[in-house]
Design a protein around this ligand. Sequence first.
Ligand code: BES
Ligand code: MN
Ligand code: ZN
Length: 498
Amino acid sequence: MKIQYLTDRPADCSTVALVMFVTSYDRLIEKSLKELDRACGGTITALMESGEFTGLASETAVITNPDGYRAERVILAGLGDKKSVTADSYRRAAGTLSRHKSLTCCRTATFHLGSIEDKQIFQAVIEGYLLGSYRLLEYKTQESDLAQHNLSELTFAIDNKRLSNRLEEAVERGRIVAEGQINVRRLSAIPANDLSPTKFAREAVKLAEKHDAMTCRVLDQKAIKSEKMGALLAVAQGSEQPPRFVILDYKGGRAGQKPVVLVGKGVTFDSGGLSLKTAALMVEMKGDMTGAAVVLSAMQAAAQLKLPLNLVGLMPLTENMVSGNATRPSDIITTRNGLTVEIINTDAEGRLILADALDYADKFEPQAVIDIATLTGAALYILGYSGAPILGNHAGLLERIKVASEATAERVWELPIWDDFRNSLKSDIADIVNSAGKTAGTSTAAAFLENFVGDWPWAHIDIAYVDVEPKGRPYTPKGTTGIGLRLLVELLSNWKKL
Ligand code: BES
Ligand code: MN
Ligand code: ZN
């Protein structure tokens, strides 16, 4: 997609489709709308009076060949009530439009943002457009499915020339963020027969090759053994696929500055192991590496945005499979930090591999550690598909995540780690168990992780279920969502010492 910038009046924009955003019951207060209404002989007034188009969210209207306009058509996109319009209203409106035939049939389009000055909105429009129109086509072979839309050139226009740098910077930023999120969607949608731990690790190596400020180390099975990552090895031992442990390093800050460490769960397929999942639940489990995909893609975005901080991404990668060599319920293993864990349930494998990765993070003397994982099914019963639980040991870090969440419309909500949950993890014969049963599953999982956290601020983001959208929303088509990417990139973009 070619992206261009322009300062011109709507009528003077030379483009096939001109898009203008409208809040509900604007009653043509906007000057540009009034002008357009005159140019089309009052069509907009008529649309509003009949109720056909009133500027509500997800409404669109097309006006063809308005008098004196160089555009062939003007597309009006509803934003909803003016009082409650946010940047995400624009993201949603652009997402809805991104699949609309009236736009996609055109070769060129111009989003006219009028007198808007908010860079969050500039960024949201391109994000909404790119996220809404993404589809994974790698596995489609039929011509009819592959038919791409015509739009190949997108222009962003505003009234005020003084703001054109701000517009350009914000749109470029939005493009990088959306491409990062799309990369997460792509990786989490690729099935496990095409994305083994080895292949995932190769993606990280490829990424590092593209950026001078990045290096990548991949630990193979032997190196993982010498690191004594007994928990990662225990999960991996039931699979024909060897595990990998990826260490991605980005140096955007000054030398010697302590890094922020990101840890992502990378279970490329979670059958549950001998504590086998049901068929219906198992089919979703190619996406159990989404945390790792978010970490990888957030680091890609950080490098593209040249963020001025040091980052380390840790990605423990393995399958959780069934075999004669698989870990048995009741087996006791020793993790990297020396704690013994009684494996009550082999399906609680994510916290095991994260345990070794969190312990490994201590090596880097981190200023903060954030892990992200499709960790507990229980998250569905807390926030549904609407948001991700967050937990941790540092109010300041959690607050930062909440602020980033507000800005990106990727919703989070804090849950507690109470002593009750810690106590529920006591084992009769080992140090701890890996599963405390059915209650408070998201909090007990975090209480488990806490045993492997060092003397640093730590936050845990549980993206189970919200990693897949069941129905389809304006800029989130049915399928993998890539949630967490916008959140982490926003958090890192505003990073200050805690
Ligand atoms: N990967 C799953 C969690 C999950 C479930 C993610 C559904 C996305 C959708 C995780 O490994 C798991 O199986 N967790 C168990 C833990 C339990 C056995 C303590 C769960 O939540 O049921
Ligand atoms: Mn599991
Ligand atoms: Zn899992």
